[in-house]
Design a protein around this ligand. Structure first.
Ligand SMILES: [Zn+2]
Length: 439
């Protein structure tokens, strides 16, 4: 990612290719494809997301006012709404806005840089002597959390063998049958290319038992880096992560295949949303969160939701795309819009609002019935603190958790537009109606 420059405002209303601006959208589609490519350059195997923050901030450059990370590595980007614009230092009649400063203490630092020797009276400690009469103005706007996970399923080295082979297990759900022949990147001291080896079929046929002939388990697999054992032991340690090395491939006009699209597509939808919000008035503060550890137990979203304490939240994730072997009731169609979840993990009024927006603006969409745990960040966010009215918007992905997941770019664009329209309509009235009762 380093050194690459991206368009500061990204895909917004004027670039959209979803028909909302009457354009054919070729340029918008290309831009979206490029942005997804960039997001997919980030390595973030669940539990090893340390490198992700700079890549995420780079991809979202120009679209947020403040950012921070937390102990679990969540990358939280805040786009302030209209109400927050009144934050600042009040001296007499005047309020100095400070959109780039995140706390009273940071503000004091900033104030002293601008006006050496000046002081102010913090509302938290009003008795402190102050050369100028001033107070800290902190309005409390609605906070909406948009959560999409940055982590991806991957592999972890369990043994470095003398012969130069790496044995491994997986982090997140991976079917070992999809692994033989896959290219991987070993994220050790340096990034090393490797391939997952497999016993040739000719030899496998000679194995005595059915089990030996058919089984593909993690114990049968190894990564071949081509390096001698001693050299490999210098470069790689037990516990180092590995990710799939596949890059994005365009399929047809609107589709793309690649690794980690679950859930880089969700992050891209959030990016599309923020791009649109750059051109629209919105009251609420938007907390766009690239969450960590989703694939291994919704860890990032759990603490991010606690820290942000949102008034309302939407998780944006991948869902099963329809493909051979997936029954109609088990998946959603690619290219027919984001799937809006309904079920116990989703606040019914928020889901209803999302459906209303889609119908009003002719945004293609599908309904996904989720009778129990959704297995997404929505599950953790919903039960944070005293409960958060939460919804789930999902983008259909085929061949999920393989090196070659497949998505339709239009679904991402539509999801982003839906999120933006939801935020634009959000005020204390609409929030009150949405969250007053579970009905
Ligand atoms: Zn996911």
């Amino acid at each position: 990612m380093n050194g690459e420059v991206i368009a500061p405002h990204g895909l917004n209303g004027s670039d959209a290719f979803d028909g909302s601006n009457g354009a054919d959208g070729g340029a918008g589609r290309q831009l979206l494809r490029e942005q997804l490519n960039r997001l997919c350059l980030i390595s973030a195997v669940s539990g090893f997301e340390g490198e992700a923050t700079s890549g995420i901030l780079d991809c979202f450059k120009g679209l947020y006012d403040e950012s921070r990370t937390d102990t679990l590595g969540n990358c939280i980007m805040v786009k302030r709404g209209e109400i927050s614009k009144n934050r600042g230092l009040k001296t007499g009649q005047e309020t100095v806005a400070y959109r780039d400063v995140t706390s009273p203490s940071k503000f004091l630092e900033r104030l002293h840089a601008l006006l050496p020797g000046a002081g102010y009276r913090d509302v938290a400690s009003p008795t402190k002597p102050s050369p100028i009469k001033a107070s800290f103005v902190e309005p409390s706007p609605i906070k909406v959390m948009l959560a999409a996970h940055v982590d991806e399923v991957g592999l972890v080295v369990t043994r470095v063998e003398d012969g130069g082979f790496l044995r491994f297990t997986c982090t997140g759900k991976i079917d070992p049958r999809v692994l033989p022949g896959a290219e991987v990147l070993v994220l050790g001291k340096e990034k090393l290319p490797g391939v997952i080896g497999s016993v040739p079929p000719h030899l496998r046929e000679r194995r005595k038992s059915d089990e030996e002939r058919q089984a593909v388990g993690f114990d049968d697999l190894y990564v071949d880096t081509g390096l001698p054992g001693e050299r490999l032991k210098e470069m790689v340690r037990v516990g180092d992560p590995m990710r799939f090395a596949s890059t994005c491939v365009s399929l047809g006009e609107n589709r793309l295949a690649g690794r980690a699209l679950d859930d880089r597509v969700g992050l891209l939808a959030v990016r599309v949303c923020l791009g649109r919000l750059m051109k629209s008035r919105h009251e609420a503060d938007v907390f766009a969160v690239a969450t960590t550890g989703e694939e291994i137990g919704l860890k990032g979203a759990t603490v991010a939701a606690y820290g942000i304490h949102p008034d309302v939240a939407i998780a944006v994730d991948a869902t099963f795309g329809l493909e051979p072997g997936v029954a109609e009731h088990e998946g959603s169609k690619l290219g027919e819009g984001p799937a809006i979840g309904i079920g116990p993990n989703v606040h019914p009024r928020i889901a209803k609002t999302l459906l209303q927006i889609c119908n009003e603006l002719n945004i293609p969409h599908q309904v996904e019935v989720i009778p129990g745990p959704s297995g997404t960040d929505a599950w953790a966010v919903q039960i944070s603190r005293e409960g958060v009215p939460t919804a789930l918007v999902s983008i259909p992905v085929r061949s999920m958790h393989t090196p070659s997941e497949v998505v339709d770019l239009r679904d991402i664009e539509w999801a982003g537009r839906l999120l933006a329209e939801f935020v634009i309509r959000l005020d204390s009235d609409s929030l009150g109606k949405m969250s007053e009762a579970w009905l």
